[in-house]
Design a protein around this ligand. Sequence first.
Ligand code: PMP
Length: 419
Amino acid sequence: MTNNANGSRLDPWVQAYASRATSMRASEIRALFAVASRPEVVSLAGGMPFVEALDVEMFRGVVNSVLTKDSKTALQYGAGQGHVSLRESVLEVMRPTGMTAHPDDIVITAGSQMAIDLIVRVMCNPGDVILVESPSYVGALGVFRAYEADIRHVAMDEDGLNPTAMREMIAKVKAEGKQVKLLYTIPSFHNPAGITQPQQRRSEIVAIAEQENVLIIEDDPYALLSFDGVIHRPMAANEKERVVYCGSFSKIISAGLRIGWAVAPHALREKLVLANEAATLCPSNFTQMIVDEYLRTQDWLAQVATFRDIYKLRRDTLLSALDDHMPAGVKWTVPTGGFYSWLTLPPGFDATAMLPRAVTHLVAYVPGTGFFADGQGRSNLRLSFCYPPPERIVEGVKRLANVMSEEAELLKTFGVGGN
Ligand code: PMP
């Protein structure tokens, strides 16, 4: 330990951090997990898939079968681009969305999180501008920060990323003498906003990206978890050279397997493979082969339907509980798929300051500020309906409504919310 200029004690390694580490910080979600995972707390915070809906015995059989058929490959290092048989299977998984590709266009990664990391690693220098939605996925913001990107939020409306706001932001960035390098977007069942871009909106966004020579990262891990039967066609299905598509098995099989993928334009794909090798040598052969065996031998679409029905019931439960219990002035989005609804609180409420009180009332959520790189989001919060059973969701919303009533009283009395 040494003393810094103010005389306080500092671990010398803190001063030795690389500049990129200074912008790395624990997400508000992570800080919450410790408290929110206590059984008495209803957690509407983390976006954990409901893995209890998987048949563990069936899965044991799949794992056994991988080890019986080819343990030598499963337990060995593999290719940096991923297992070729799985890359073929990925085509089947994307088929319902209308997305086509060649297996050579696909890079298998340790979850789609790693795909996002590799894309930014290959494409961005420190200070490069990345456009993101307002709000945006906390895990992607973490990647952009880690590579010291200049993150700019673009407003959303009820159809998602707003094209006029996108044009305005690009103009503003140009006026500063910079170029926009990337747009990161989640067009379907947005995390955390719970919004889906209609096709027309997607085309408008791609057209702007074309004009301005911006590469789009299209993050689509919830693609198949649609509640109204509509599977949305990705931007990448029409625009393979403009868009890098990221997919994931986390929400449709298991997050613990850590398998995702990117479909990338040729020149980018080659670098992604090299970056993948530099980062992890290769994605896990064992879990890739488990996913592939599962997709080839089990009725995976029936399992997706099971997940979808569970999440739809939970979405319905959340929405009617919000209708029944939320005080006037609170607004929320109505997701047509995925895991999340985004709440906007009335003026004066501060979701970040209110969180400790909520945890005392045994309910947890993620404050909106976690989904912005620029301090916005204090009047917002994200509710996840994926994990708690329906009766717990209702209980959680009732508790949240009580917290908000107390907060409203404090606001009336003192003009500020309590914390
Ligand atoms: N993108 C989004 C929008 C997500 O919500 C998540 C997971 N919460 C990911 C990427 C990362 O998923 P994976 O488990 O495939 O890394």
